[in-house]
Design a protein around this ligand. Structure first.
Ligand code: PBG
Length: 406
């Protein structure tokens, strides 16, 4: 059993501070001093004026009431600790702000495809499957606002999909070609690539399928080839996203044995079997062909299980750990933050993007304020890195308004 870190923090504070630090101060002597300035309760006879009179309103200044009067006769709650003092102006609020979102915290996911022109993604308004030319333009655009890290997700044509997903390690495939193009044109851009079979699987699963089962170790053999292929193309960070057991260690060894010792691994450590991935699967046309992903992705009901995955990914050599989805899983972000000193990333997934976009389009939410609040909450929960389709927009807002921009 473990206590939430916030609770532990509070009880430690109570041990350290004098016991009256948390109690509002209202000694009787103050009441006596204030007696002469106190308003009197209505006279008894007034209360009995008619039989159906309601009970009189409680007088907050009466002997048992909460209010006193100060030396100027003004109402006064004898309260020394007033946290509102640290919120009294924009300047002090900014000065004491704990969590600050910077453009450099973002990883910007980009959808790519073989087409000559961009294709809008209906369930993700504002996002498109980008052509080779548009990817470079989008990278350039985002970099101008300080977003310099990208992660690529390919939409693969059906005829290249198979159960073993062999297209995933084709050196001339869409992902390696795009990585090379970005790194050639923008050497300082950091490119991350997803390691999973689903975009390439004719089964719509993240693993090799046999008799309706997802095979763990056969899948890992393919992931190792995929990771090596991407590292050769120049990927800076490979991000295994399929939740197969033992994949991080195997990929680390596969990379190291080829000399890719500087290629980082960002592990999707606590990736849940979530309904919030729906729009992403529309984008890649990667909905599961049968069943669901619950035999490999985590049950949304489980928090402790994320710590089992954390211990494994750390011991297998992950450089960055990730929690996914984001907003409904902030408790998991907090748990990982407490359990490891590695950087923690959080993925604000497609369904979360779609919800905020849809409500904003209808005028039900202020897009900038609600999106920036969500981003700030990720940082407050302990995330260092945020993957979000809003990355470029957020960086623009930050550039316009300074920090914070809500
Ligand atoms: C697949 C993968 C998924 C996402 C990232 N990598 C979907 C899934 O597991 O089905 C989801 C991202 C999003 O919803 O934004 N390995």
């Amino acid at each position: 059993m473990e206590l939430p870190a916030a609770l532990i923090g509070v009880s430690l504070l109570q041990l350290l501070l004098p016991s009256d630090a948390f109690v509002s101060y209202s000694p009787h002597s103050l009441r006596r001093r204030n007696a002469d300035t106190k308003r009197r309760t209505p006279h008894r006879s007034a209360l009995h004026a008619s039989a159906d009179t309601h009970p009189p309103p409680h007088d907050p200044y009466c002997e048992s009431g909460p209010l006193l009067r100060n030396n100027k006769g003004e109402p006064w709650v004898a309260q020394r600790n007033r946290p509102r003092r640290n919120r009294k102006s924009a300047v002090i609020r900014r000065m004491v702000q704990e969590a600050i979102v910077r453009p450099s915290n973002f990883i910007y996911p980009l959808f790519i495809h073989e087409g000559e022109s961009d294709e809008a993604i209906a369930s993700m308004p504002g996002c498109s499957r980008l052509s080779a030319g548009s990817v470079l333009k989008e990278v350039e655009d985002a970099m101008q606002y300080g977003v310099k890290t990208f992660i690529l997700f390919p939409k693969i044509p059906d005829q290249l999909k198979s159960n073993y997903a062999d297209e995933c390690y084709n050196p001339e495939g869409l992902v390696p070609r795009t990585v090379r193009a970005i790194k050639d044109k923008f050497p300082e851009a950091m490119v991350c690539t997803d390691i999973a079979l689903d975009p390439y699987s004719d089964q719509g699963h993240d693993g090799v399928v046999e008799n309706g089962q997802i095979l763990n170790d056969h899948t890992i053999a393919q992931l190792c080839k995929q990771a090596a292929c991407q590292a050769r193309a120049g990927s800076d960070v490979v991000a295994p996203s399929d939740m197969m057991d033992g994949r991080v260690g195997a990929i680390r060894d596969a990379l190291d044995s080829e000399g890719h010792i500087t290629t980082s691994i960002m592990a999707y450590t606590a990736k849940y079997a979530s309904a919030f991935y729906g729009p992403f699967r529309d984008a890649l046309d990667s909905h599961p062909g049968f069943g669901d992903k619950k035999t490999y992705q985590q049950d949304p009901a489980n928090g402790r299980e994320a710590l089992i995955e954390t211990a494994l990914d750390v011991s297998e050599g992950a450089d960055i750990l990730m929690v996914k989805p984001g907003m409904p899983y902030l408790d998991v972000v907090l748990r990982l933050r407490a359990a490891t000193d590695l950087p923690v990333a959080v993925y604000h997934v497609s369904g979360e993007y779609a919800m905020l976009r849809a409500a904003s389009e209808r005028g039900w939410l202020d897009e900038k304020k609600s999106v920036m609040e969500a981003m700030t909450c990720f940082k407050r929960a302990g995330a260092d890195i945020i993957l979000t389709y809003f990355a470029k927009n957020c960086a623009k807002w930050i550039a316009q308004d300074g920090e914070p921009c809500y």
